[in-house]
Ligand binder design. Structure first.
Ligand SMILES: Nc1ncnc2c1ncn2[C@@H]1O[C@H](COP(=O)(O)OP(=O)(O)OP(=O)(O)O)[C@@H](O)[C@H]1O
Ligand SMILES: Cc1ncsc1CCO
Ligand SMILES: [Mg+2]
Length: 259
């Protein structure tokens, strides 16, 4: 959906969140006009999936005791034809790949949002990382395209250059806003935003809209504040203020087709 539709229909985004950043994630969904809800109790999943437009699974603070529940959640969303977004935090660390492999083996993931190192793991390409951060360099387009082909999911790779690919169509946004990477949870929130924009239909375009929105909010915030604490709040304000027209203009200027 476009931003106008998002604001009028207010998609409900069910976040199976990590325990580090749920407040920021919920606020990002809320300020753009969506409706966030967080839950971890399996008995609630059928009800919550039923009323949700998108399910976002973040494996950032997974626990083995909850693994079967996470898989069940993805399966319920599949059955209800709700978009499933996976945020595979630090999946390159072997212990962190356990929940990702398990969910992907037993359910269909529509969209995977991660930084370059996380996406490279799905592509089977080496890429340096440091915990939750990507630190290496590589051919970003190839990594995103390979990951899309191997997983069958739309890949939303974030960083100084954002890349979205379904394996055939690939689009990039090369706009460097280093402060965006200083706020822990911007990526987690971006995954939820992707869920919101894809709530009616899963597509590369809807995924690019979410990536562009976070990027543009970062550009606008960086014009006003220069330190991370204020920046995080300013990003929320800019997301709140951003109009559908401003987003479409930014996309017309900055979204490029990749090969
Ligand atoms: N160097 C950068 N320049 C511009 N934008 C960036 C940069 N790094 C990240 N971003 C932006 O920050 C947002 C989050 O991406 P990032 O790659 O940091 O996710 P992440 O590593 O999963 O973050 P987190 O784990 O903190 O949630 C995206 O909107 C992305 O475009
Ligand atoms: C710091 C951190 N550790 C696990 S999840 C998370 C938030 C970034 O995704
Ligand atoms: Mg992350």
């Amino acid at each position: 959906m476009d931003l106008k539709t998002l604001k009028t229909t207010s998609p409900l985004v069910f976040n199976y969140a990590n325990y580090v950043t749920p407040q920021f994630v919920a606020n990002v969904v809320n300020v753009v006009g969506g409706s966030p809800i967080m839950a971890r109790e399996i008995a609630e999943f059928p009800d919550l999936v039923g009323v949700s437009d998108a399910v976002v699974i973040n494996t950032g603070t997974w626990r083995r005791a909850e693994l079967l529940e996470t898989i069940k959640l993805a399966q319920l969303a599949n059955q209800a034809k709700k978009v499933v977004v996976l945020d595979p935090v630090a999946v390159g660390i072997p212990s962190r790949s356990v929940p990702v492999k398990a969910v992907m083996a037993d359910a269909k993931i529509d969209i995977i949002r991660g930084n370059a190192a996380e996406i490279a793991w799905f592509a089977g390409i080496d890429f340096a990382s440091h915990g939750i951060d990507a630190t290496g360099e590589g051919d970003l387009l190839t990594i995103a395209q390979q990951a899309a082909k191997k997983t069958g999911a739309i890949i939303a790779m974030s960083g100084a250059t954002d890349v979205v690919s379904d394996g055939m169509t690939t689009q990039t946004i090369a706009v460097d806003v280093p402060l965006l990477a200083t706020n822990v949870g911007t990526g987690d929130a971006l995954s939820a935003l992707i869920g919101a924009f894809n709530g009616d239909e899963v597509s590369v375009t809807n995924t690019v809209r979410a990536m562009a929105m976070m990027k543009l909010a970062g550009v606008q915030a960086a014009k006003k504040v220069t330190t991370p604490g204020y920046f995080a709040n300013q990003v929320l304000d800019e997301l709140y203020l951003l109009t559908a027209e401003a987003l479409e203009t930014f996309m017309a200027q900055e979204v490029k087709n990749g090969q």
